[in-house]
Design a protein around this ligand. Structure first.
Ligand SMILES: Nc1ncnc2c1ncn2[C@@H]1O[C@H](COP(=O)(O)OP(=O)(O)O)[C@@H](O)[C@H]1O
Ligand SMILES: [Mg+2]
Length: 239
């Protein structure tokens, strides 16, 4: 192997961050340094939990890893492809096809039914309507919502809304699922049921999960726990 192999990422590693920095400009022109060198390698099928104080930069990191925001410095690779050089359209395609997002609040479109919400990313990816519908039906069945296809988000419970959000995030068979406090708004039993579902789905497909959570049930079931602290990801004593 030549010298170049040292700087070549492991082929197919689902997600990698190298020395990611992010700062925001304040209204008074001052600079807030949120991330000051985040390194992360997420293996295939691995689940990593990220904890850390409020304001530590966890959501900022997730947005950058998922191509929703760009780092000030450093680089993110999805399956070996650097997001840095991608035009907005190509970046949107990676987001749509390779990465799933689940947030604390479901972010479903309120005017649309459960199945329409789940179909949306598949239609954006170019599937025909009947194909998107079939896929959405299957994945909604997988998350236990066959009886709720035509319900709008407001007619669903919090747990059901998050299940729809999970179905939507996975409809295009992403390699990485980024979840930001997915059970942060649910009671203990509903949270555990959601976590069961995530791990059950992960067993069936190849999926790496990076989840920001303060939920002990979820964190304890992850392969590793990392703590966002002082602008970087530190290994947790427990993880
Ligand atoms: N778009 C933004 N513009 C300015 N400051 C931001 C922006 N997004 C986040 N921040 C700041 O970055 C810090 C980290 O925020 P965040 O990533 O949301 O933390 P966490 O998710 O760990 O609670 C906070 O101080 C927050 O106010
Ligand atoms: Mg946050």
């Amino acid at each position: 192997m030549g010298k170049s192999s040292i700087i070549t990422e492991v082929p197919g590693l689902p997600l990698e961050a190298r020395c990611v920095h992010k700062s925001f400009k304040g209204g008074d022109g001052s600079e807030l340094q949120v991330l000051t060198g985040v390194d992360l390698r997420l293996a295939r099928n691995e689940t990593v939990a990220v904890t850390g104080a409020s304001g530590a930069g966890k959501s900022t990191l997730l947005h950058i890893l998922g191509g929703l925001d760009r780092p000030t410095e450093g680089e993110v690779f999805v399956e070996g492809t650097s997001l840095t050089g991608l035009e907005d359209e190509a970046l949107a395609a990676v987001r749509n096809r390779r990465i799933g997002f689940v947030f604390q609040f479901h972010h479903l479109l309120r005017e649309f039914t459960a199945i329409e919400n789940v179909m949306m990313p598949a239609l954006i990816a170019g599937l025909e309507e009947h194909e998107a519908r079939t896929k959405a039906e299957h994945i909604l069945a997988d998350v236990g919502l066959s009886e709720r296809l035509r319900h709008k988000p407001s007619a669903l419970s919090g747990g059901e809304q998050q299940r729809v959000a999970v179905a939507r995030s996975l409809v295009n068979d992403p390699v990485v699922l980024l979840a930001d406090e997915p059970s942060g708004n649910l009671d203990a039993d509903t949270s555990t049921a959601l976590h069961d579902l995530l791990f059950e789905l992960q067993e069936r497909v190849s999926l790496s999960i990076l989840v920001v959570t303060h939920n002990l049930d979820l964190a304890s079931r992850a392969d590793r726990i990392l703590v966002m602290e002082k602008g970087g990801l530190q290994r947790d004593a427990m993880g």
